[in-house]
Ligand binder design. Structure first.
Ligand code: HEC
Length: 150
């Protein structure tokens, strides 16, 4: 009898410990809250070099936020601001998400070198990782999803 109780309680504990990733905010909200401020922090190095360890760490951390953001734009179930689902099943969407990982890692490595020049070198790649996707999905939101209007 005691064994049964223990097994049941263990089951409850496991269920509580499991959190399935699920989107809360819409796509525009996470764009504004994560890549926008973090890429700005990295772009700032173009006009002012980090002056101490803490500022360099901030650049490292911002780069990692960009890398991890790829996960947030590819989990299923998130909606765009207009209520349409984020097209996570599309090959090009996933390619653009992977671009965030590559650009973020390049900036991370540059920041680890404590080299302003190397960080400036990664910023083109970073802004391209945004614009490649925006050109298709943000600026012309329906272009990829719907047939062209006459
Ligand atoms: C995989 C595609 C994709 C990538 C990569 C991407 N975005 Fe976006 N972004 C979008 C889409 C689509 C929207 C429109 C949001 C909506 O429809 O809800 C958007 C919207 C935004 C907005 C909101 C603009 C507004 O109107 O307020 C900002 C800011 C933004 N993105 C920043 C970035 C930055 C910075 C990067 C690169 C570091 C980036 N995004 C990378 C797809 C992407």
């Amino acid at each position: 009898m005691r064994v049964v109780v223990v097994v049941v309680l263990a089951g409850v504990a496991t269920a509580q410990a499991t959190y399935k990733p699920k989107p809360v905010a819409n796509l525009k909200q996470i764009m504004r809250s994560i890549p926008y401020p973090n890429s700005n922090l990295i772009f700032d190095v173009q006009s002012r070099s980090p002056k101490d360890e803490m500022e360099w760490k901030n650049v490292e951390n911002a780069s990692m936020a960009i890398v991890e953001f790829a996960n947030l734009v590819t989990i299923p179930g998130r909606l765009r601001e207009n209520g349409q689902p984020v097209p996570v099943e599309r090959a090009d969407w996933n390619k653009y998400a992977r671009g965030l990982v590559d650009a973020g890692q390049a900036c991370y490595q540059a920041a680890r070198k404590r080299s302003p020049e190397a960080v400036i070198g990664c910023t083109d790649r970073l802004s391209e990782s945004c614009s490649h996707c925006h050109d298709v999905y943000r600026d012309r939101p329906q272009a990829a999803a719907a047939p062209k209007k006459p």
